[in-house]
Unconditional design. Structure first.
Length: 277
């Protein structure tokens, strides 16, 4: 997607119709349940606006984002909220916009200098890329592809309690793709490493951008093939087979691809049960 970054970052000319998303220390700023700010707030704070980033358009208005330090945050009548908290407070399209803004700020902050020659990078005038003026190396926003899979065995699904998560929370298996792997390769490897079973009939279902910080979740169904569950004890603390009527606490379908996979399985199960009569 091409944006005229130089218009916003170098000339600092605004039409007055823009919306602004403000971040500070990794959290987004909101006031009265609203995350959208006027561009005039930056003028009042007297901050250097050369680091403004264009996100895109939202509801027909240009949308930009900016990272404030804590000193400037304290001058505002605002509260901080994490992206994960936003999942439960804001509509999914608003969360997605904030997630995109967070990813762009992370990219911009992480590539101020060229990793090859050390020169300061520059924003391209029309593309979403940072360029090294010395060696011409390009730095695009990084996306880390991950797989997430719901394993099905007859009328049961495998759900796991992950290390570091709430003890009552169960979800699908997931993991990052490694160099040289296809998503299907990753699904097979992650399942084998985390719970020790073999699967087959892997089929892609849907995807989701997951800004923690810059992941692309690729959701799959897979069928159980063989083996007994043996959790690795590192990433997975517990895993079991569950039927549609005895599910533990799972992710909400409204906010995560894991919840969507489980919801789709339940819908297909209910449809199959109904058609039996």
């Amino acid at each position: 997607m091409a944006f005229n970054f130089s218009y916003f970052l170098q000339q600092n000319k605004y039409s007055g119709n823009e919306s602004l998303l403000l971040f500070s220390e990794g959290d987004i700023l909101h006031c009265n349940e609203n995350i959208f700010w006027s561009m005039t707030v930056l003028e009042k704070l007297n901050v250097d606006t050369s680091h403004l980033l264009m996100i895109g358009e939202f509801q027909g208005r240009p949308c930009l984002t900016f990272n404030l330090n804590n000193e400037h945050f304290l001058q505002l009548d605002a509260e901080k909220i994490s992206l994960r908290q936003m999942l439960h407070k804001y509509a999914i399209d608003v969360f997605s916009l904030a997630g995109r803004a967070n990813q762009l700020l992370h990219w911009y902050d992480s590539h101020q200098f060229c990793g090859k020659c050390g020169a300061r990078t520059q924003v391209h005038a029309s593309e979403q890329v940072l360029i090294c003026p010395s060696c011409q190396l390009s730095f695009y926003p990084r996306i880390s592809p991950c797989v997430i899979v719901l394993i099905i065995r007859g009328d049961e699904i495998l759900l796991a309690r992950h290390a570091g998560k709430s003890s009552a929370f169960y979800s699908c298996l997931a993991g990052f793709m490694e160099v040289g792997e296809t998503p299907e390769d990753t699904v097979i490897r992650e399942v084998r490493e985390e719970v020790g079973i073999e699967i087959h009939n892997i089929r892609y279902i849907q995807s989701q951008s997951w800004p923690f910080p810059s992941q692309l979740m690729l959701g799959f169904f897979a069928d159980y093939k063989s083996g007994e569950i043996q959790v690795d004890g590192k990433e997975i603390m517990e895993a079991n087979w569950y039927g549609p009527h005895d599910l533990p606490i799972t992710p909400a379908a409204s906010i995560s691809v894991a919840g969507q996979l489980i919801k789709l399985f339940l819908q297909r199960f209910e449809s199959r049960e109904t058609n039996r009569f």
